[in-house]
Design a protein around this ligand. Structure first.
Ligand code: ARG
Length: 590
């Protein structure tokens, strides 16, 4: 579906081209001065300079050629050579009708769609998530929704952390608590019990216990290290335990992610690519890219052009064990070999503080010919901070679990609903609980996504859950208001009809809707969901201004009311679509 900006850009580019000038001068954007024009083209200045001409004269020559073309009503020359463009009421009405009926709500598919892996979430088995994991979940999930919407073939992968020292901690701590379990009997030949020997609560207790002991006692740490090495070497009892730990963890994680409307196609983990590690090592060795270094096997990555130190990547440590680098390389190999369609790009949505890790992995993958380095992208993000400006911690000073964050947001949403929203009296408990969850999710997701992802932001649940200001709940309220006025119109026997654009507020509303496609494409291209947030918020505001100017229920003119109801349907469709891309669902009433 072509938006007005694109249609006008094409018309202007044609006009420049007809004068022997480059098409790129025809770029059109929304006007900075809505009182004077809907759109503007600033290309005359640059084009005139390159052609050694006077910009105002050039503009005066182009303007009459444009008038009457496509959606254009009039073109005025202003200032040093701006083209101020006004579009016809009919073009706006047609555009609103497109948005109302189009599946993509006025957006257009990307013309460079790809098969993409999005690696996000990255929770670790047994280790609690920190708020960074929550950002990854929300940003990564939004990118997967947006990219799918625009035509990319996305495979999302949670990439579970299940191969590191924490597994050694769990194994040894469990052994101390229950030494008689068959998993610790090296002579046991299986089969191992199907039932897990631990619950999620056990895991939540065992890991911090062991990790505290290991910090205080090097020998205790050494035991965990040894257990990981044995696990990685394939000791059957430990592998069986690992499967239990993973299953128990994943079941709990799925519940917490589902609360936030976050989902993954694949729940693969670091341990799943274990079998590919020999191939990875061989790949580097046969190409002469790996070297021994104090018992470890490393890959040197420096380049002449480097402006900072890029330390070598560690394929095998001196115990022969593998770490974070190697599992990431093996995972790339796994995806290339086994995914259908074969990915042409991999995007990693991970805390900015891991930038060096990804730079190392990407370089190594490129050097070994596993995957082109420039098709591996690290999409980093800043931290979520507490009021002290440091990464957010719980009141007790610990890391915040996703489940606790969800519960906190839900409690706050329930409070806000009780205080602020006037819920319909006939609303039962189940619907009320559903509304509270939707408000909580809207609050958490929108407050995260609206920030430029690379900046840090301060966690402020009271503000995030407010129904006023630039918040998720405000947007839900806007959508619910439209739903309720449409419901009321239906009840009174009125329905949507032919669209006619007559007032400034209507015009501004359609122009706001027209920007949806561009916002989607730009958010995709830069991997920055905040651009989409801006659009959705701007649309809600334009609707609010429109509704203030034209109270629909009071409208006596049947045709006007029918047109405005159609406009409401278009806005609601796009608003819900945009919110849906942000992973936010709207209630029917509130
Ligand atoms: N589990 C990692 C962590 O907690 C994040 C994983 C990110 N993805 C990846 N392919 N390395 O830091």
């Amino acid at each position: 579906m072509t938006d007005l900006t694109s249609a006008l850009t094409k018309a202007c580019a044609d006009a420049f081209e007809a004068l022997g000038l480059e098409r790129r001068w025809g770029a059109v954007r929304r006007s900075d001065r809505p009182d004077l024009a809907d759109f503007q083209c600033n290309g005359c200045m640059g084009a005139a300079k390159s052609a050694g001409r006077n910009p105002r004269e050039l503009a005066a020559e182009i303007a009459p050629k444009l008038a009457g073309a496509g959606p254009i009503q009039s073109v005025d020359v202003a200032g040093p050579g701006f083209l101020n463009i006004r579009v016809t009421d009919d073009a706006l009405a047609g555009r609103a009708e497109d948005v109302r009926t189009d599946e993509l709500r006025g957006a257009a598919k990307a013309d460079d769609a790809e098969a993409v892996v999005i690696d996000f979430g990255g929770p670790n088995v047994a280790k609690p998530m920190h708020v960074g994991h929550i950002r990854s979940a929300v940003i990564g999930d939004t990118l997967q929704r947006l990219m799918r919407f625009l035509g990319d073939e996305v495979t999302s992968d949670a990439h579970l952390g299940d191969w590191g020292l924490q597994m050694g901690h769990l194994v040894t701590e469990l052994e101390d608590e229950q030494p008689d379990l068959v998993y610790f009997d090296a002579a046991f030949e299986g089969p191992y019990p199907v039932e897990a020997p631990v619950t999620i609560e056990d895991l939540g207790r065992l890991y911090p216990q062991a990790s505290a002991k290991a910090k205080a006692d090097p020998e205790r740490n050494e035991r965990s290290q040894k257990a990981v090495a044995e696990l990685q070497a394939g000791r059957p009892g430990y592998r069986a335990l690992l499967s239990h730990f993973i299953n128990v963890s994943v079941a709990a994680l799925k519940i917490d992610y589902a609360f936030l409307n976050v989902s993954f196609d694949l729940w693969k983990g670091e341990s799943d690519v274990d079998a590919l590690i020999p191939d990875v090592i061989a790949d580097f060795k046969t190409q002469g890219l790996a070297e021994e270094d104090g018992g470890a096997l490393i890959v040197r990555l420096e380049r002449e052009s480097d402006k900072k130190d890029i330390p070598p990547l560690m394929l095998l440590n001196s115990r022969g064990g593998t770490g974070y680098h190697t599992t990431d390389l093996a995972t790339i190999l796994d995806r290339v070999r086994n995914l259908d369609p074969k990915p042409s790009r991999m995007i990693y949505v991970v805390d900015q503080r891991q930038a060096l890790h990804f730079e190392q992995v990407y370089r190594a993958a490129g050097m070994a010919g596993m995957f082109p380095e420039d098709k591996l992208e690290h999409i980093g993000f800043g931290t979520v901070n507490g009021p002290d400006g440091k990464p957010f911690k719980t009141r007790e000073g610990g890391v915040l679990r996703l489940s606790d964050l969800n519960a906190m947001a839900l409690a706050e949403a329930e409070k806000k609903i009780a205080d602020a929203a006037k819920l319909p009296e006939d609303m039962g408990d189940a619907e009320r609980a559903d509304v509270a969850r939707k408000v909580a999710v809207a609050a958490l997701r929108f407050s995260d996504l609206q920030n430029m992802r690379t900046t840090n932001y301060v966690f402020d649940l009271d503000r995030f859950t407010s129904f006023e200001g630039k918040t998720g709940p405000y947007l839900l309220y806007a959508a619910v208001r439209i739903k309720s006025l449409l419901r009321r119109a239906t009840d009174e026997g009125h329905s949507a009809g032919d669209l006619a654009i007559e007032s400034d507020a209507e015009r501004a509303l359609v122009l706001a809707m027209d920007g949806f496609g561009a916002a989607c494409l730009s958010a995709r291209e830069k991997r920055t969901p905040h651009i989409l947030c801006e659009h959705v918020y701007g649309l809600a505001q334009a609707f609010s201004a429109f509704y203030g100017a034209h109270p629909i229920a009071a409208e006596k003119d049947e045709a006007k009311r029918a047109s405005r109801l159609a406009l409401c349907e278009a806005v609601l469709g796009q608003l819900e679509c945009g919110l849906g891309l942000l992973g936010i669902e709207t209630p029917e009433r509130m």
